[in-house]
Design a binder for this molecule. Structure first.
Ligand SMILES: [Zn+2]
Length: 406
């Protein structure tokens, strides 16, 4: 019988394919990193608002370094940083040999400033520390900064894979149609055959530019299928046919209630319960498509597992955002192992700041190893180390690689 320590060692040693991040290859010049970015992560902005005597609007007008100082003072000095997001910052500091008990940020700022001086080399160091072999970016063809990089044809870094993110087309059709129209596509407010054809042409144009590994969207809890809506028309008649033709999975991240506290901006998004029967109907109606799904509500995890048992063209992935807490990662991973064996992707980092790869993967590896060991412990079989290593490779890398053909 393998021990918990040997399962941990196998998971700790595994190379990772990180299937969803908000990081960019260094040549784009858009990579966030360093202590100020780590501390002003939106997870920590909502936490500081619970303890610091200022309003979101007061906070928003402060320069970033002052915001970081305030967050350090209130969440790390005046209070003990025991939340997952604060612990994550400490894990990063410790990994670099920096003092997690420091009362100010001088040492950390100096360290990251020097490290970032050679960004190419620093990115390699961080990926190695995190054990990440390759990662998928989130690439927005509506973002003017990104458009410039893609059209400038920067040479692609093989560790950074593209994902074509298409939220406006599915979540704000009128706005997207007018933006596409400005870019030479004959899209109009009403959805007719011509507009749908032009959306397909836009998607194909960007597939040829980005070579994405999948298309992706974030959806509200109200997402339904089928329904009479612009979203459903565009999904069924433009997005999914193009995904099928180009062999791309379609990734759906479902359950975010945007801006329930608008003054908090990105930190002001919340969660809602979604209807997993919509996923089942999509998987059934489009058997030639492959769907990658992650859900934000804890209460939706079970329904997603059941749906994946019914449809082999559905891949549950990751413990997203409010799910990315150790107790929930372990609970969710255990449920998925019990219901799906090894046929899922347990985690993605969702990292927005480079160094977050270090803590998000260090913490997730620990929780995934614990869940996996729990299944071996109850097996009447004498599970061998080779079998453990095979399971770990599937979960941490190979399932993702075969789904996105990486
Ligand atoms: Zn994300």
């Amino acid at each position: 019988m393998v021990s918990l320590d040997s399962v941990k060692a196998s998971v700790d040693g595994a190379s990772i394919l990180d299937i969803h991040t908000h990081l960019y290859q260094p040549s784009f010049g858009m990579m966030l990193s360093g202590i100020d970015e780590l501390l002003t992560y939106h997870y920590l902005i909502c936490e500081v608002m619970r303890v610091a005597p200022l309003t979101p609007n007061d906070f928003n007008v402060m320069p970033k370094s002052k915001q970081a100082d305030l967050i350090w003072e209130y969440l790390f000095v005046r209070n003990n940083p025991i939340s997952e997001a604060t612990t994550g910052v400490l894990t990063v500091l410790k990994a670099f040999g920096l003092n997690p008990n420091s009362t100010d940020l001088a040492e950390a700022r100096e360290f990251f400033r020097e490290a970032r001086a050679n960004m190419d080399q620093y990115v390699s160091v961080v990926l190695k520390m995190a054990g990440v072999k390759s990662l998928v970016m989130t690439n927005d063809p509506f973002d003017t900064n990104e458009i410039a990089h893609w059209q400038g044809r920067s040479e692609m870094d093989p560790r950074f894979l593209a994902a074509l993110r298409i939220d406006p087309i599915l979540n704000s059709w009128h706005d997207a149609a007018s933006k596409l129209h400005d870019r030479g596509y004959q899209t109009y407010g009403s959805i007719d055959e011509e507009s749908l054809g032009e959306v397909r042409r836009f998607l194909v144009d960007w597939i040829k530019i980005m070579h994405p590994k999948y298309m992706a969207v974030s959806l509200p809890p109200s997402f339904a299928f089928p329904e009479h809506s612009a979203r459903n028309e565009v999904l069924a008649k433009a997005v999914l046919p193009v995904c099928e033709e180009y062999g791309l999975p379609f990734a759906m991240m479902i359950g975010v209630n945007k801006r329930v506290h608008p003054e908090l901006i990105e930190a002001g998004d919340s969660v809602g319960l979604s209807d997993m029967t919509a996923i089942e109907r999509l998987c059934h109606a489009f058997p030639g498509n492959r769907f990658m799904v992650t859900v934000l509500a804890r209460e939706n995890q079970h329904g997603l597992c059941v749906a994946a048992r019914k449809f082999a063209n559905l891949l549950p992935f990751g413990c997203w955002w409010f799910m990315n807490n150790p107790s929930l990662v372990e609970e969710t991973t255990t449920m998925r192992l019990e219901m799906l064996g090894t046929t899922f992707v347990p985690q993605h980092s969702d990292a927005r700041v480079l160094e977050q790869l270090i803590y998000k993967w260090k913490h997730s590896r620990r929780d995934i190893a614990a869940s996996l060991f729990g299944r071996y412990e109850v097996s009447p079989r004498n599970v061998t180390q080779e079998q453990v290593d095979r399971d770990v490779a599937l979960l941490m890398h190979d399932n993702a690689a075969s789904w996105i053909k990486a």
